[in-house]
Design a protein around this ligand. Structure first.
Ligand SMILES: [Zn+2]
Length: 62
C-alpha cells in the first residue's frame, strides 16, 4: 500500500481552480480556495465535490 503520494484534488466551483487536500476530506468539511478565497463545503467524497459554503455558519435551522 503506497498511498502517501496520492494527490487528492477537487475543483473550485467558483473559479475552477484546483483545490488540493493533504488527505481525504470529510463530508461537510470547509476548504478555502487559494485562488478566489471562496469558502467551499465538501458535499461528496468520491468523487470529491465542492459547493460554496453558506455565509452563515452558525444557526443550523431547517
Ligand atoms: Zn476558487
Amino acid at each position: 500500500m503506497s498511498q502517501s503520494t496520492q494527490r487528492i484534488t477537487a475543483e473550485c466551483p467558483e473559479c475552477a481552480a484546483e483545490i488540493r487536500f493533504d488527505r481525504s476530506p470529510l463530508a461537510g468539511q470547509i476548504a478555502t480556495c487559494g485562488e478566489c478565497s471562496a469558502e467551499l463545503e465538501v458535499t461528496s467524497r468520491e468523487p470529491i465535490r465542492l459547493e460554496l459554503a453558506p455565509e452563515v455558519e452558525e444557526d443550523w435551522g431547517e
